[in-house]
Write a protein that binds this ligand. Structure first.
Ligand SMILES: [Zn+2]
Length: 357
């Protein structure tokens, strides 16, 4: 254990209210508990949930954290100061029925970094250092969001040769494309309402083809007609084997069902609308499986292997990096979707950006 641990660190703290009141301030930090390590946070990736917290004034910040161990609790074995690690952001109980079955992402008492679903709220990683239980893994950029897709794709049984349609060409949607590609999908179509994102998806080899869907069109068109339009456009009249819905928008969820082939699957990944009107008869009569996926479970080994294999060209997804003191600017840039120079914003990272993790 390190003999000296500074007990004050800078942290980005979001205050209640709806005025985007985020301040960087000093927070106490103690020695790690016996089963914890202390980690100097090198980088935290912001995701859509964080942005939602920020713009809707709820408490929280979030984690795709990676860093370097600065102190090790006395009961922790196999980890040492200076080791570079990533953190699986959730702390599960290991005792409930889900944990016992190995489905720990469904743990009834999960404490997830920055989530306001537990009280007191569980702090996130937008700070200089933190203590965390010692289930850490080797570090790699994007291992955490990629884990979300690996988990979803296991549940959807993604196979070589599948035709894949992805609604939403943000970070998660593009990682879905990248994973489908690495797994040998025969065709990967990305749909979004932002042409810049689709251009990015095509230029960087995420999608084989793209389609711009304007949801604000004046004329009323049913979601079935829109989905049929997509299928005709790509001469994929029987539908796609697997549709990843990464927007959370009700209209896209509805289109996903119509765009899936008979016997195909819709994987719901995007979070947005709470209660959605679904074309259930179209799903039921054609045996389209509508699946949910929540975070991830035992996915880090696969994620790290894939990232290390060079099969995924995902480094380009990180378009912007900010220092911790500029966390507010990071959120504002992400909320706008373009930076001061008018460049498209994809994945935003916060932390000492010089550290390549
Ligand atoms: Zn549990």
């Amino acid at each position: 254990m390190s003999p000296f641990v500074n007990n004050s660190v800078q942290a980005a703290v979001l205050y209640p209210g709806t005025n985007r009141d985020l301040r960087v301030e000093d927070r106490d930090l103690w020695q790690p508990a016996p089963d914890q390590v202390q980690i100097a946070i090198a980088v935290t990736g912001l995701c859509g949930s964080d942005l939602h917290y920020y713009t809707h004034g709820r408490n929280g910040d979030f984690a795709v954290p990676a860093g370097v161990i600065t102190a090790v609790g006395r009961n922790v074995g196999g980890l040492k100061v200076g080791q570079r690690v990533a953190i699986e952001a959730g702390i599960f109980c290991r005792q409930c029925s889900f944990c016992v079955k190995g489905r720990y992402n469904l743990c009834k008492t999960m404490k997830f970094c920055s989530s306001a679903s537990v009280f007191p709220h569980f702090d996130g990683t937008l700070r200089e250092r933190m203590n965390h239980p010692a289930y850490v893994v080797p570090s790699a950029s994007l291992a955490e969001p990629l884990s979300v897709l690996i988990h979803a794709s296991r549940r959807a049984n993604l196979q070589e040769g599948h035709s894949v349609l992805v609604f939403g060409a943000g970070t998660i949607g593009l990682l879905a494309c990248a994973l489908a590609r690495a797994r040998g999908a025969s065709r990967i179509v990305a749909v979004d309402l932002n042409p810049a994102r689709l251009e990015f998806a095509k230029r960087n080899g995420f999608a084989t083809e793209t389609y711009t869907q304007y949801l604000s069109e004046q004329h009323i068109q049913t979601m079935k007609a829109r989905a049929t339009g997509i299928l005709h456009h790509f001469n994929q009249r029987d539908g796609f084997d697997l549709v990843y819905e990464c927007t959370g928008a009700e209209q896209c969820i509805q289109m996903s069902v119509f765009a899936a082939s008979t016997g195909g699957k819709v994987m719901l990944i995007g979070m947005g609308s709470r209660n959605v009107l679904l074309p259930l008869s179209s799903a039921a009569c054609r045996e389209v499986d509508i699946l949910g996926s929540f975070r991830y479970c035992d996915t880090y080994p696969d994620a790290l292997e894939l990232l290390g294999s060079g099969k995924l060209n995902v480094d380009c997804l990180v378009t912007h990096r900010f220092a911790l003191k500029d966390t507010k600017k990071a959120f504002e840039t992400m909320a706008r979707g373009t930076d001061d120079q008018g460049n498209m914003v994809m994945k935003v990272m916060v932390g000492p950006g010089s550290v390549k993790v």
